[in-house]
Structure formats: structure tokens, C-alpha cells
Design a protein around this ligand. Structure first.
Ligand code: SF4
Length: 90
């Protein structure tokens, strides 16, 4: 999987040819409201995107496996594995 953490700390993952912002499925009220209002681009400032604002979003881990895989632990015991991860945070 390929992805990046943008300048504001929000997670984006490559899905097919596109880089998609990853929404938090536990912030459904904000997401549903934004789409209903036709303004999903306004989601990021509301904290509905998955990212480092969330205490359950781990820091990119050291490579813990053969190869150059980078891991991020997230909620519900899941771990995201990236073959390429760009971290644009300062
Ligand atoms: S890590 Fe946090 S922001 Fe990301 S999906 Fe899980 S609960 Fe939502």
C-alpha cells in the first residue's frame, strides 16, 4: 500500500490511480452532514479525517518486517502497512 500523511497530519492512501483522504468511520455524523450539504471537501478541518489528531492513530513505526514496510497502528487493533509512506509533517 502507498500513502502519505499530509502537512496537517491527515492520512491519505492510494486507491487505484487516486490518492484518497481517509475518513474516520467513527465520525459518521460529521461525514453524513458534509455530504448531505454537498461540501465533503470541508471535512478535514472538522476532524472527520483519519489522522494524527486522533489518540488512536500511531506514529509511523520503524520497519519491523523484512523489506521496507512501514507500519502505523490505528484503532481497533489494526495496523496499516505501507511499502511507501510520505510524511509531509514538519
Ligand atoms: S485511528 Fe482514529 S481517526 Fe483514524 S479511523 Fe481510527 S478512530 Fe478514526
Amino acid at each position: 500500500m502507498k500513502g502519505r500523511i499530509d502537512e496537517e497530519g491527515f492520512l491519505e492512501i492510494q486507491r487505484g490511480e487516486r490518492i484518497e483522504s481517509q475518513m474516520c468511520p467513527f465520525n459518521t455524523d460529521i461525514i453524513v452532514t458534509a455530504y448531505a450539504l454537498g461540501s465533503p471537501d470541508d471535512l478535514k478541518p472538522g476532524g472527520a479525517s483519519c489522522g494524527d489528531w486522533c489518540p488512536l492513530f500511531g506514529e509511523p513505526g520503524k520497519k519491523r518486517a523484512p523489506g521496507d514496510i512501514i507500519f502505523i497502528d490505528i484503532c481497533q487493533g489494526r495496523t496499516l502497512a505501507f511499502e511507501k509512506l510520505e510524511d509531509r509533517r514538519k
